[in-house]
Write a protein of this length. Structure first.
Length: 148
């Protein structure tokens, strides 16, 4: 009889640096329509909703560039501030996939970065996350434009 070292209730570890690559069931939708609908209902005026969405869209390139620059520069405080801005604005508008990417980056920054290794690790985070965040940001903004 052959015994496996993996228990039946565990998946084999396919992680890289403790992070498992997402499968299709792990990927959230670009936009959570229920959040968008609730947001629209709370503002009670379609013009206000559109203005808020337009502001989110207009600020997206700035938020991503600010995050990229902070990571490349190895600045823990600036990187954390930029990723929190991206995450919270994404959560507010229902951009679940983008918020998830920002949360994963925030976790990596908080869990792995110290004052002594920030200059080395933060640029690696930039290499690992910025392209995905940029692409997801573009897709999210296009979906928001279509929603309005």
């Amino acid at each position: 009889m052959i015994h496996s070292s993996t228990r039946h209730d565990e998946r084999p570890d396919k992680s890289i640096n403790g992070r498992r690559p997402p499968d299709s069931s792990d990927i959230p939708p670009l936009l959570d329509r229920s959040v968008l609908d609730q947001f629209t209902e709370e503002l009670e005026e379609l013009a206000y909703t559109k203005a808020f969405f337009d502001s989110f869209i207009d600020l997206m390139p700035h938020r991503i560039e600010r995050l990229r620059l902070a990571l490349v520069a190895g600045s823990f405080e600036r990187a954390l501030d930029a990723v929190l801005s991206l995450k919270s604005s994404s959560q507010m508008i229902g951009a679940r996939r983008l918020a998830g990417l920002a949360a994963a980056l925030e976790s990596g920054i908080r869990d792995e970065t110290t004052a002594s290794n920030a200059a080395m690790l933060l640029p690696r985070h930039a290499a690992g996350f910025i392209n995905d965040i940029t692409q997801c940001g573009d897709l999210t903004c296009n979906s928001l434009r279509a929603h309005c």
